[in-house]
Ligand binder design. Structure first.
Ligand code: ADP
Ligand code: ZN
Ligand code: MG
Length: 474
């Protein structure tokens, strides 16, 4: 009876070397308040100077979402008083942002696609961090002045699954462009979810509630679920007007509820006005040409993998969702192996062996090595089972694949002479079973194959074993 209407605001921390308006480093894990200078501490007389790298990265994002890149945009001042901002205002772009009117295509569960409109992406400065220790509150301004790109969607999303699909696609694009780390847990990809409901078919937009403080896809789904329930219950109980107001609510992960953070009546008057300390932002022809030429994006790569490697769309989508996975896969393919094996050995075998801090970026077995291991399966030098053992070994030892095969004694025996001898030994040792087999108990072939494989410590080529046994048993 209701439909859900959702719009997202995503704050992406750009991975520039220095801050938005000063040359302080953006790297974290430094001693508190050491990555600061008169500008980001807002000392009187210090003036901001725009970091060009921020412009370049914003143009790239704009190009990736097919947006308009405004050749002239402006900064505005948003006033608010809070200890995490020593200037008592935030520099942002309200009236003319650098990027406007883009789109993002998302893939839905049922295989269909939906286009989500993006209203804008604007540059703004991040605030510092307040740290609360019992009665005392402190502020760390290392993060103050770090560049953010806030990407604002139109209210085109209709449920939690679509929201997650949108966020994953956006995340993937940011990693492909390498304009940010986009790590939700670390706060470099922060999502505000605006939620409202309306009677099905109604085109009007009803009161939106903004939910903040959610740092995982799972919690975003949950937050939407509980907020929608709260709004629909209010509607059904006839208290919608009274209880649902435009406000910011926090999601409480423990109580699984949203809670009012600041209401309409307390909403700050931001007193926006054009930032007087900065010039207008100009994207030159040269800059535009250089940075709007972007690398192949996830969707294009997915389609190319399907065509070029004959993969199915699902597998291709899984691999190309991450630029690191996609690059790893393509390097494996250079070893001349099948896409099917490359996919399995990457997404099933290798990923399962990652523990702790080990991931695709620092994997002890690199793409070339894993590709070569697969090649050794395909040229029948080793069995698939042996390859798993070899991979375990290589995860802890920096050795070449062939050396590892040698060291573990896992080279597959395809030499029929050697297999012949083993088969003969097993047949001779089991006269009763031979008799039963010859008497019609065909299934016993499995027993013989198993025995020979065991005697060869798994190195005999099972196909050869099968053929030789059958010939000998008659
Ligand atoms: P603010 O900074 O005040 O939150 P923005 O314009 O930056 O305003 O963001 C508003 C967000 O809320 C956008 O993502 C927009 O799509 C979304 N939104 C607007 N109206 C509704 C609505 N009725 N229901 C759900 N989302 C909405
Ligand atoms: Zn600084
Ligand atoms: Mg908002």
């Amino acid at each position: 009876m209701f439909e859900v209407v959702i719009g997202l605001e995503v704050h992406v921390q750009l991975n520039t070397k220095t801050k938005l308006f000063c040359s302080c480093p953006t790297s974290f894990n430094h001693k508190q308040n050491t990555n600061t200078c008169p500008t980001c501490l807002a000392l009187p007389g210090a003036l901001p100077v725009l970091n060009k790298e921020v412009l370049h990265k914003s143009i790239m994002l704009g190009a990736a979402i097919d947006a308009t890149i405004n050749r002239t945009s402006f900064f505005d001042r948003k006033s608010y008083f809070y200890p995490d901002s020593p200037s008592a205002y935030q520099i942002t772009q309200l009236y003319t942002p650098i990027v406007e009117y883009g789109t993002l295509e998302i893939d839905l569960e049922d295989g269909s696609k939906k286009t989500i409109r993006i209203n804008r992406a604007h540059i703004e400065a991040d605030a510092g961090k307040n740290i609360h220790e019992g009665e005392i509150s402190k502020v760390d301004l290392n993060r103050g002045g770090t560049p953010l790109l806030e990407i604002v969607s139109e209210p085109d999303l209709s449920n939690g699954d679509e929201v997650v699909a949108y966020l994953k696609k956006l995340h993937s694009i940011i990693r492909y462009l390498d304009i940010g780390d986009a790590n939700m847990q670390e706060g470099s990809f922060r999502v505000d979810v605006n939620v409202s409901i309306r009677p099905k078919g109604d085109k009007k937009l009803y009161t939106r509630v903004e939910v903040k403080n959610i740092n995982s896809f799972k919690f975003i789904q949950k937050a939407i679920e509980v907020e929608v329930a709260r709004q629909s219950e209010a509607w059904e109980d006839g208290v919608y007007e009274k209880e649902i107001s435009q406000e910011t609510r926090l999601f409480d992960q423990i109580k699984q509820e949203t809670r009012s953070m600041r209401g309409k009546e307390e909403a700050a008057d931001y007193r926006y006005f054009p930032e007087p300390d900065l010039l207008k932002v100009i994207v030159t022809d040269e800059m535009f040409a250089k940075y709007s030429k972007i690398p192949e994006l996830p969707d294009a790569k997915r389609d190319r993998f399907v065509k070029e490697y004959g993969m199915n769309e699902y597998n291709s989508g899984v691999i190309t969702a991450s630029i690191e996975m996609a690059n790893f896969f393509e390097l494996m393919m250079k070893e001349g192996i099948t896409a099917k094996n490359a996919t399995t050995w990457l997404t099933v075998e290798l990923l399962a062996r990652f523990k702790g801090d080990v991931n695709i970026k620092n994997s002890p077995v690199n793409a070339k090595k894993l590709g070569f291991l697969v090649k050794r399966i395909e040229d029948k030098s080793i069995s698939g089972k042996a390859a798993k053992e070899i991979l375990d070994y290589l995860m802890n030892k920096d050795e070449a694949v062939d050396a590892a095969i040698e060291a573990l004694g896992l080279k597959q025996v395809t030499d029929t002479g050697a297999i012949n001898i083993l088969c003969k030994e097993i047949i001779d040792a089991n006269p009763d079973k031979v008799e039963q087999y010859r008497g019609g108990k065909d299934k016993l072939i499995g027993f013989f194959v198993g025995q020979v494989m065991k005697a060869s410590k798994g190195t005999a080529n099972p196909q050869a074993v099968n053929e030789i046994l059958k010939a000998k048993l008659g």
